[in-house]
Design a protein around this ligand. Structure first.
Ligand code: NAP
Length: 465
């Protein structure tokens, strides 16, 4: 081993340690930013070390790629709204998968022209990197398109779809086995590539827009697998470790989201959730009832004279960017001696940790944030449950209505509070597309309007009291 190779291996080890430590720090909101920064430093170390790998003849294209990539990445990160973050993550996963597929293609043609140094493990890794990378690329683009509303959000289904997809995938696997045993044959490799790209589309279109965040996590895991495979192809340890970490964390995140919705992953991936307009029996009865609106001045009195207020943030808070106003209201209530707690549902919003990130951005103290299990028993003592743009995560139908698409999903017990104030713009449903009987509960009052505007009015009214 030359000194250069030793130093590169050392740099890769440091980079890998940064990734692992960074991931560990991401577990706590207090250290999450540092964790992110440390992982980024690790990536920088890995990139710089790779630039010293022998055999690079021309740096021009690398420099152009780095400048263009950094400019596009920085612009996207600065301009994409928080609500569009899941689709941005989807696009980035897709690029990761695409990059691994390109590495696989380059190595395929290198070995096809000179197969003397080709070993069985490299041949298998090339096929896997190409298949998984291409599926991740096209699947992620469709997933991001569905979330952005560019591609039809509804599940596109037809008879025997899963069986046909399985048969189609079997032809891809057969092509891969053929290529491993008879390396070369660019036309077969071209079939494998195009078919894997098409499979990514076929795999994603039957899944409804509602399940796209889970699919994006799943594709994130696949992008990690593709990267690890590409690492085996080019024998790059940093890539193998980083890819494995992405793959493992993507699988864990996918599983956590499925558990939080109480749905098996097979149901998410093959269940065509949202293909029919869901209308539960409880919802149908609830529709006939009426809701009780409330004005900001009245709501302010309920809040200001409460002892315990539990705030339940949801996707609407993210849409309205109301997190700062939420914090200001909590501060005003705190000044009046009201105890304020935040109840965080694991799938509130559109991505895991969505509410935590927004509330942290508004400097809400971490010790006021409570997970569902920690706070659910406290709702009966709460004078007011203030629901800020949440819907499905407080829908009582999840507890008992077997016909409801969210049946079995653990929910926040907001309906157990003494009073409930709901901030939303209309009676439109949330993500699952179903009615919420909580809004018709005798204890519930609806404060209609954009969450941020309603909160601003509430703050002014509380100050006036
Ligand atoms: P939700 O059920 O989607 O409801 C959000 C509510 O916010 C809507 O009813 C909407 O009503 C209201 N809203 C939208 N814009 C608003 C604004 N500007 N001001 C005030 N209100 C506004 O949200 P959720 O309760 O947070 O539930 C999350 C859902 O996403 C769950 O079904 C969960 O399974 C799903 N999901 C989450 C994840 C994740 O990782 N977090 C992943 C996959 C799926 P109006 O239109 O009437 O205002």
């Amino acid at each position: 081993m030359t000194l250069r190779e030793v130093l590169i291996a050392l740099a890769y080890m440091i980079a890998s340690a940064c990734f692992v430590l960074g991931l560990m720090w991401l577990q706590s909101p207090k250290r999450a930013r540092r964790g992110n920064a440390l992982s980024a430093v690790g990536m920088l170390v890995a990139i710089v070390a790779t630039l010293f790998v022998s055999g690079i003849k021309d740096y021009t294209i690398i420099i152009i790629g780095a400048i263009v990539g950094s400019a596009v990445g920085a612009t996207m990160a600065r301009t994409v709204p928080m609500t569009a973050m899941p689709q941005m993550v989807g696009i980035l996963n897709g690029f990761g998968g695409g990059a691994s597929a390109l590495v696989a293609a380059a190595e395929f043609f290198k070995y096809a022209s000179d197969p003397t140094t080709l070993t069985l493990d490299v041949a298998i890794s090339i096929m896997l990197a190409m298949i998984v990378g291409a599926i991740t690329f096209s699947g992620s683009m469709i997933a991001a398109g569905k979330l952005q509303g560019i591609v039809n959000e509804r599940p596109i289904t037809y008879p025997f779809q899963n069986v046909m997809n399985l048969i189609f995938f079997a032809t891809i696997a057969a092509a891969a086995v053929f290529l491993v045993m008879n390396f070369g044959h660019p036309w077969v490799f071209l079939y494998l590539t195009v078919a894997a790209l098409i499979f990514g589309v076929l795999f994603t279109i039957p899944i409804g827009g509602a399940d796209m965040p889970v699919v994006i996590c799943f594709l994130n895991a696949l992008s990690g697998v593709a990267a690890a495979m590409a690492g085996f192809v080019i024998k790059n340890n940093a890539l193998i470790i980083a890819g494995s970490l992405v793959g493992a964390s993507g699988v864990i995140l996918t599983q956590i989201m499925c558990w939080a919705m109480n749905r098996p992953i097979t149901n998410v991936l093959f269940g065509a959730f949202g293909s029919v307009e869901a209308a539960s029996s409880a919802a149908a009865t609830a529709i006939k009832k009426t809701v009780k609106p409330i004005q900001p001045d009245e709501a302010a009195i309920l809040l200001a004279y409460a002892q315990l207020v539990i705030i339940v943030p949801g996707y609407g808070m993210a849409v309205s960017q109301a997190q700062h106003a939420v914090r200001q209201l909590a501060d005003e209530l705190g000044k009046r001696g009201v105890t304020v707690k935040y109840a965080i549902h694991p799938v509130a919003g559109r991505m895991p940790g969505h509410m935590n990130v927004l509330l942290a951005e508004a400097n809400v103290p971490y010790d006021q944030l409570y997970d569902m299990d920690q706070i659910n028993d406290e709702f009966p003592q709460a004078d007011v449950a203030l629901i800020v743009g949440a819907n499905d995560v407080v829908n009582p139908a999840a507890r008992y209505d077997r016909s409801s698409p969210i049946y079995g999903m653990p929910i926040l017990n907001a309906d157990h509070a003494k009073q409930i104030i709901v901030l939303k713009r209309s009676m439109n449903p949330g993500f699952a597309g179903i009615e919420n009987e909580l809004f018709y509960n005798d204890k519930t009052r609806m404060l209609f309007g954009d969450a941020k505007e309603s909160l601003t009015k509430l703050i002014a009214e509380v100050k006036n009291l």
